[in-house]
Every structure is written in C-alpha cells, then in structure tokens.
Design a protein around this ligand. Structure first.
Ligand code: DSN
Length: 425
C-alpha cells in the first residue's frame, strides 16, 4: 500500500513537471524538447536492450536491427557535422569528454582549458573529468570584454606550458573561439586540439557559428540535446581519416567509459540527425536571431546585458548581470523569475567567484525557438523580465500572464510531423 502511494506520488510529480514546463517559458540554455518521432524512438523496446562494440562487431546477439539504426546514425552524423568520423554512442557531453581524454592523454600529462570561472565546463576542471584523468591543468588568460580566451596571451601561454592536449569551448558561450590561431600554437608544440561543442553543436551543424573541425580541432565533442535538439546523450566527431586515431577515439568510449550504452537514445539521436538535415539550418539561424533580439529588448528595458560592444551574442545565449560581483543577485533573480513562470539559471560572470551566489543569469533560446517563438515574442519576454525584476510586480500575476502567453506555443517545430510538445498532459 505504501508502495502504491509512493508510485502515485512519483507519477504525479512526473506529470507535474511536464505541466510546469508546459505553462512556463523554458530558457535554460542547455535544454531542449523532443520531437514526436524522436520521442517515439526513445520510448521503444530498445530501452531495455544491450549492445557493446560497433555495428557488425558485437558481444551480444540480437543487435541486427540496432546495427541498422547505428549505421544510419553514424553515416548521417558524418553528413550533418561534415566530418569523416562519428561516434554516436556516448551517454552525455561529459561522457564524451571523458572518453576523449582517455583516448588522447595519459595520467600526469598537461591540458590547457577555459577555467570554470570564465565559463568552462566542470568536465574541463580538476573537480571533473580532467582531474579524474589525473591531468595537470593550466587555464587560458581570459578577455572579459570579448568573452573569449585572450588571444595573444593564450598563444604565449600554450607555447610556454606545452600541453599534450589543448581543450577549447565553454558552457558560457557567446562568441566563436579564435580557434585557428590557438590551434596553430597548440600544434606547434605537439599538442592535440579538442573542441567541446556541447552547447553550440546545433549552431555549428547549421553553419551559423564556427567550423571547429576545419579550424584546427582534431576532435570535437558535444551534447545531443542542447542546440542540437535530440535526446540526452553525446557525440565524438573528427575529420581525421587516420584509422588508428579513429580507433583510439572509439576505444575511448567503449571500453573506455561505456560498456553498453543507451540504445533507445542512439535511435532517438539518429532520428534527430535526419530531422536536422532537413530543418537544422533554419532552426540554428532562428535560435541566434532570437538571442540577439532578446538581448536588445532586455537592454532597452534597462537590464545590464553583457558584451554590448560585440552585439551581445553570436550564439543561443544571453548573459545579464544583476547587482554587484558575488552579490547573489543572479540567484535571487532566477528565483523570482521561476515564481513568475520563467525558468532560467544563475551563472557566474567575469569577476564572480561564488558559484552559489553569482551576479549573473544565463538565458538560452533553443527551446523557445523550437516552440515557434520569433523576434517579436522576445519583446514580450523582455517585458515579463522587466515586470518581475525591475517593476517588482506580484510574481503570481505575472505567472498567469506567462501561462496565457505560453498557451500560444505548444507545438514542437523544425521536425517531421510537428505536434504537441507536452503530449498527454
Ligand atoms: N552544466 C550544463 C550546462 O551548461 O547547463 C552542461 O553540462
């Protein structure tokens, strides 16, 4: 009986979470929503199945149909990301990073990366995958105005430190990395170059950001569920046609960091890749256009939007500062917005040193774009922000207005068979 109650509480909370998102404006830059066909692939019998190895070379029987799926997925990923090698097995961006660190480094070697304070991901840090691999980390000097590695200083640093691996890319990611010059410096000292495109993978595949594999990166990792709008998971991509190098990357994932992987998500990724081939370029363009509009409208409302001199953003993200450095005003703003029906996350911005009480908010446009919002709708969102955070209206009143606004955006777009984003609720 007690179990029955527990289960009904769990299922109630699952549905409540869906309803919460249905009625809110979802602006977490690392999130997205599944298309109906991707959802179907993810909810399939593959959920319970096992596979190890690569298509045609398995340790389990019963993989024949899944081999068809993964083979199509690899071929489609190579076309979508315009590259010669794709591994689509990893279960997250961090898992992809761990696999590549396993493939390309040995414990005790040296890596260079963006610090978490400047927007680097935790897997680039000692507390994460880099530490787990036992690597010595040196972080790049950072240009706070341009929100990218300080090019001259970072090149000098790479020449001095002589890393084995130079890692680029961030979780706070407004502008393309000046990768060509940085990669040249890294290659000069014999380092491999890795680009973590987790956040911007869909923008890269849609040809709207930068092309890391043609700008010097030997390998690119990424998530399959941020600006690339698939199920949760990861990719490892490369333009190398060196079979030994490709084998090292595959071995980094299996047996490096996965035994079996999430077959249902690989099927979902494969559907998402096919949908991206058809709709991805337009989707990526509109994500960025919405981010630019959002930044401009927020600035008009009086918010402190970062990187004004560079046009605020060239990606899916917008950063706003609320109060002084380490004031916790970013956290407070995120809480007020949540009560008002707008889901965001607090974020450290340049100068902040406390992850739990930063001054910033990171806002993302991938999901709201996928739900059909366009530039004019960004003006309405900026007005909701202003009512909540500047005019300090009652969040309950704003939440009702947000719910009404959001009722106009209930369909997943940029996919085959667009239909309800929150089915069954
Ligand atoms: N921490 C996630 C984010 O950027 O939101 C990425 O893993």
């Amino acid at each position: 009986m007690e179990n029955e109650n527990t289960i009904s509480n769990i299922l109630q909370a699952v549905d409540d979470s869906g309803r919460h998102y249905r009625d809110s404006i979802p602006m977490i830059a690392s999130e997205n929503i599944l298309s109906p066909l991707v959802r179907r692939a993810c909810n399939s019998d593959l959920h319970g199945r096992y596979a190890e190895g690569l298509p045609g070379k398995r340790y389990y029987q019963g993989c024949e149909d899944f081999d068809t799926i993964e083979s199509i997925g690899i071929a489609t990923a190579k076309r979508v990301f315009n590259c010669k090698f794709a591994n689509i097995q990893s279960t997250s961006g961090t898992n992809s990073n761990l696999g590549v660190l396993k493939a390309l480094t040995k414990p005790g070697q040296t890596i260079t990366a963006v610090s978490t304070a400047d927007g680097g991901h935790i897997s680039h840090a000692r507390m994460g995958a880099v530490g787990m691999r036992g690597l010595n980390l040196t972080t790049y000097p950072w240009d706070e105005d341009r929100m990218e590695p300080d090019l001259d200083a970072a090149v000098s640093m790479i020449r001095e430190v002589q890393p084995n691996l130079a890692l680029f890319g961030q979780s706070v990611f407004l502008f393309p990395t000046p990768l060509r010059e940085l990669s040249d410096a890294a290659h000069e000292v014999g380092a491999k170059v890795m680009y973590d495109g987790a956040h911007v993978l869909g923008l890269i595949a849609g040809n709207q950001f930068q092309d890391p594999l043609n700008e010097g990166a030997d390998v690119m990792t990424g998530s399959s569920h941020k600006t690339f709008p698939g199920p949760q998971g990861g990719f490892v991509l490369s333009n190398s046609d060196d079979e030994k190098f490709q084998k090292r990357l595959n071995n980094g994932i299996f047996p490096g960091v996965c035994s079996s992987y999430h077959l249902h998500h690989v099927a979902g990724k494969t559907v998402a890749l096919s949908e991206f081939e058809e709709f991805g370029a337009e989707y990526a363009k509109n994500i960025i256009s919405n981010a630019k509009s959002l930044a401009e409208f927020l600035a008009e409302e009086g918010f402190d939007v970062l990187a004004e001199d560079r046009g605020y953003t060239a990606s899916h993200q917008v950063l706003t500062r609320h109060g002084g450095i380490d004031s916790g005003a970013g956290r407070d703003a995120a809480l007020i917005l949540e009560k008002s029906g707008i889901i965001t996350n607090m974020n450290m911005l340049p100068g902040d040193s406390k992850a739990m009480s930063p001054s910033g908010l990171r806002l993302g446009t991938p999901e709201i774009t996928r739900l059909g919002m366009s530039n004019d709708d960004m003006k309405d969102i900026a007005k909701f922000f202003s009512r909540a955070l500047i005019r300090k209206e009652d969040p309950k009143v704003i939440q009702n207005d947000v719910k009404e606004f959001k009722s106009n955006f209930q369909t997943v777009n940029y996919c085959f068979e667009p239909s309800l984003a929150y089915p069954g609720l």
